[in-house]
Ligand binder design. Structure first.
Ligand SMILES: NC(=O)c1ccc[n+]([C@@H]2O[C@H](COP(=O)([O-])OP(=O)(O)OC[C@H]3O[C@@H](n4cnc5c(N)ncnc54)[C@H](OP(=O)(O)O)[C@@H]3O)[C@@H](O)[C@H]2O)c1
Length: 98
């Protein structure tokens, strides 16, 4: 059982699809699961499950715990991928972070 955060695009989506193709169970998280499921139907077609999760929320721990419980308390691989890269001079970061 895998849990991949930020699975709606990029590396998270690629890892999710690779794990599903290898026959693993995958809980794929996205902030907008309707959009993610619509954009990437292959995740559910291959047996994956979408889970709504914004890693900035204070409820994250409980949401993840609930998802693991549904898998019989099992989690073998966590891919803590959600996030973004800020590239540029440190003076510009304030507008990104605030
Ligand atoms: N690509 C690179 O060269 C590179 C280099 C170094 C590190 N990284 C790191 O690798 C990770 C993936 O990069 P990527 O290039 O695949 O980026 P990406 O295509 O932009 O994917 C980022 C994913 O993170 C999700 N996300 C962002 N903020 C989130 C939040 N607060 N809660 C939940 N999900 C959130 C996005 O979901 P939404 O659809 O909801 O926005 C998206 O699915 C990032 O953490 C990035 O910093 C990437």
């Amino acid at each position: 059982v895998w849990l991949v955060t930020g699975a709606s695009s990029g590396l998270g989506l690629a890892i999710t699809l690779a794990a599903l193709s290898a026959g693993h169970r995958v809980i794929a998280t996205a902030r907008d699961t309707s959009k993610a499921a619509s954009n990437h139907p292959e995740v559910q077609q291959r047996g994956g499950t979408w889970l709504q999760l914004d890693v900035r929320d204070s409820t994250t721990k409980d949401v993840v715990a609930g998802a693991i419980e549904k898998e019989g308390g099992r989690l073998d691989c966590l891919v803590n991928n959600a996030g973004y890269t800020a590239i540029g001079p440190v003076e510009d970061w304030r507008s990104v972070i605030v």
